[in-house]
Design a protein around this ligand. Structure first.
Ligand SMILES: O=C(CO)COP(=O)(O)O
Ligand SMILES: O=C[C@H](O)COP(=O)(O)O
Ligand SMILES: [Zn+2]
Ligand SMILES: [Zn+2]
Length: 358
């Protein structure tokens, strides 16, 4: 039985999203969440997943959403980030079904100072729910990992109640992601803060479960955003197995992996680290830096290959009067970016076992 026997193609929300995560957990794979900033990057993520016959998660960061709406817009009070995230979600909704795969629309890290962004997206979800019986986005992330655990949980619970009423999933973060995030440099952060404790996972699981089961946890296991020289990042995905065992012990449940875990900082991770994380209940892995690099590499290679055709509008190695229009049409060079990004999306899917899952 494939995923399309369980959920329809197109955007999945609520119980259907839970079914996708449960299916991934039971079949031992995870779904990549690709950070997207434009229709071009959204299309590349969708095309890569479509080619490999698997579901995909499209996510917008606060900065990525503002970029989607246009860098020229003022982002005071998060207005551009709200407009961009909503526009991105509506765009994905318009095209997703045509790709024939289940698609999850998600928003990435939202720190305390960015809550007006979250509020704006949630208002759009509630409005969409009134008209269509489901939220605009499948899920959102709250990242209050810089606050105290108590405050983190309290604020999450407040939003979780509101989100549960419209079948919207919440991804919460406990434990800090190192490296750079929304312009905040976490590279010098205390090492212990990068690794979440099992008691914390249990507390979150227990308190959130009193409200709904529509949640996942981004637990720190040494995750870092970005790609660095080998040896700089020490991932401990085996910790997630310990968290699962702790929760199983408390719940006395049959299911060996009751918690849906999210893997941040997927770029630069080894196949072995990714496999270990999936084995321990990761159902979503975020990839940004590596798909950014892939997109750029496509343009770099295109420019190198076509250099002689890209210096002037008229005149190239084939003749002084030959026009170059077909070489500098954005549909040609942006497509080259998309092609290399598609390959990287497929690679992420393969690493996560997210292949032929329809
Ligand atoms: O975690 C991420 C987005 O939230 C992505 O991290 P990378 O850029 O390291 O892939
Ligand atoms: O938070 C990490 C993601 O990679 C998003 O990055 P960004 O804020 O540069 O869009
Ligand atoms: Zn964070
Ligand atoms: Zn992240």
């Amino acid at each position: 039985m494939g995923l399309l026997d369980i959920v329809p193609a197109g955007v999945v929300t609520g119980k259907n999203l839970s079914k996708v995560f449960e299916y991934a957990r039971e079949n031992g794979f995870a779904i990549p969440a690709i950070n997207c900033t434009s229709t071009s990057t959204v299309n590349a993520a969708l095309e890569g997943a479509r080619d490999i016959k698997s579901p995909i998660i499209i996510q917008f960061s606060q900065g990525g959403a503002a970029y989607f709406a246009g860098k020229g817009l003022d982002n005071k009070n998060q207005e551009a980030s709200i407009i961009g995230a909503v526009a991105g979600a509506q765009y994905v909704r318009t095209v997703a079904k045509a790709y024939g795969i289940p698609v999850i629309i998600h928003s990435d890290h939202c720190a305390k100072k960015l809550l007006p962004w979250f509020d704006g997206m949630l208002a759009a979800d509630e409005e969409y729910f009134k008209a269509h019986g489901e939220p605009l986005f499948s899920s959102h992330m709250l990242d209050l990992s810089e606050e105290s655990k108590e405050e983190n949980i309290e604020i999450c619970l407040k939003y979780l109640r509101r989100m549960a009423a419209i079948d919207c999933h919440l991804e919460m973060e406990i434990g800090i992601t190192g490296g750079e995030e929304d312009g905040v440099d976490n590279s010098e952060v205390d090492n212990a803060a990068l690794y979440t404790q099992p008691e914390d996972i249990w507390e979150i699981y227990q308190r959130f479960s009193e409200v709904t089961d529509l949640f996942s946890i981004a637990a720190g296991f040494g995750n870092v955003h970005g790609v660095y020289a080998p040896g700089n990042v020490k991932l401990h995905p085996e910790l997630l197995g310990k968290h699962q065992a702790y929760v199983v012990d408390q719940l006395k449940c049959e299911n060996p992996k009751p918690v849906f875990f999210v893997f941040h900082g997927g770029s630069g991770s080894s196949e072995a680290e990714i496999a270990e994380a999936v084995k321990n209940g990761v159902v979503k892995m975020n990839v940004d830096t590596d798909t950014q690099w892939a997109y750029w590499a496509g343009l770099r290679d295109y420019y190198e290959a076509k250099k002689g055709y890209l210096q002037t509008q008229v005149g190239n190695p084939d003749g002084d009067n030959k026009p170059n229009k077909k070489h500098y049409d954005p549909r040609v060079f942006v497509r080259e970016c998309e092609k290399t990004m598609i390959q990287r999306v497929k690679q992420a899917c393969e690493n996560l076992g997210n292949v032929n899952r329809l």
